[in-house]
Design a protein around this ligand. Structure first.
Ligand code: SD4
Length: 338
């Protein structure tokens, strides 16, 4: 993409973070990656596995499909990726050994949304969410109802637990009996796109918190929690401990901060600061946000160090490092657990 993107690594907040806690930075100082607007189409998504999903999104969009088709297909790539243990096929199961998936999709034009939660036996929950959005008068279907809805529409069925995940779950079960169990890492793809006509689209998909209580729903399928799009402002998505995002309408808040004039990175940081100011755990939350705005700016931030996100536009496709507020590592630390 050449000179149209100013990629600035590091940042004052990262430098100001201390071992003892969060940097005393209001999140209003930059510059950060993505502060200078780039030409749409622009795609941003969580984690390094977002890079191939971004590339797929752009490829689908450039082939003449809609922005909604593009974000859906980008997320489907992550859902089908067996090597990704936290989205779709091969996702981490719940405590009873069954993979339960959460996903949602949002269209800026029309402010439309669809969502499914705790869905088993279907590897593409993002597409089920899209059909909920397009074919029903509802926004969200869960569990058995969502599965029946998908079955009626002939969505491909099949087991989601891979042999590797089954063996890991069996080990966890044994360790749990011996009270030595550690929940595995978990991630989510939240992907946002700005089209050249200025429309914003987003989609999000995850298997959620590993070995969660069956029926647990995280932030990812919650509109305004794990994903939010406002076609007049931009969009935001989240990853990390969903309990720490959904109690604060995290992605909605990022978008609202952008509406007030903050850049995407500043808005992600301001949201982290707001949540930490209210939460008894302070910044000990393990949450991260990505965002883009209507002007073609993008950004991300996390409570800890090491949250990576992927950005693609023109002939540019990269994994970038977000600013982290504290020196703690990015991994999950416990959600609602005290
Ligand atoms: C959830 N936010 O279910 C998701 C999981 C995730 O990094 O993103 N983990 O809570």
């Amino acid at each position: 993409m050449g000179s149209s993107l100013a990629v600035i690594t590091g940042g004052p907040l990262a430098a100001a973070a201390s071992k003892s806690g969060p940097a005393k930075n209001s999140g209003r100082r930059g510059p950060w990656e993505g502060e200078i607007a780039v030409k749409a189409p622009l795609v941003i998504s969580t984690w390094p596995f977002g890079k191939p999903a971004n590339d797929r999104t752009l490829e689908v969009f450039r082939s003449g499909k809609s922005g909604l088709d593009a974000v859906e297909q980008g997320v489907r790539l992550a859902e089908a990726d067996l090597s990704n243990p936290s989205v779709g096929l091969g996702g981490i199961p719940a405590a009873h050994g069954v993979v339960q998936l959460d996903a949602c999709i949002m269209s800026g034009p029309g402010h439309k949304a669809g969502s499914v939660a705790a869905v088993s036996g279907f590897k593409h929950p993002v597409s089920i969410a899209r059909r909920v959005m397009e074919e029903t008068r509802h926004v969200m279907l869960v569990g058995e109802g969502a599965e029946r809805f998908a079955r009626d529409r002939k969505f491909e069925e099949g087991p989601l637990v891979t042999p590797g995940q089954k063996a890991a779950w069996e080990n966890w079960k044994k360790a749990q009996e011996a009270e030595k169990a550690k929940a595995p890492n978990h991630d989510t793809i939240a992907l946002l796109m700005l089209s050249p006509s200025g429309d914003v689209f987003g989609a999000c998909s995850t298997s959620g918190w590993g070995y969660k209580i069956p029926g647990r729903v995280g932030d990812s399928p919650i509109i305004g929690g794990g994903l939010y799009v406002d076609n007049t402002v931009g969009g935001a998505g989240a990853t990390g401990i969903g309990e720490n995002v959904m109690r604060y309408c995290g992605s909605f808040l990022v978008v609202e901060f952008m509406r007030q004039g903050l850049s995407p990175t500043e808005a992600c940081l301001a949201t982290l600061h707001r949540i930490a100011s209210l939460d008894p755990k302070g910044y000990d939350l393990s949450i991260n946000f990505v965002a883009l705005d209507k002007r073609g700016r993008f950004g991300a931030a996390g409570t800890g160090q090491g949250f990576q996100y992927a950005v693609a536009c023109d002939d540019y496709s990269k994994v970038l490092q977000s600013p982290g507020v504290t020196q703690k590592p990015v991994g999950p630390l416990g959600g609602n657990r005290l």
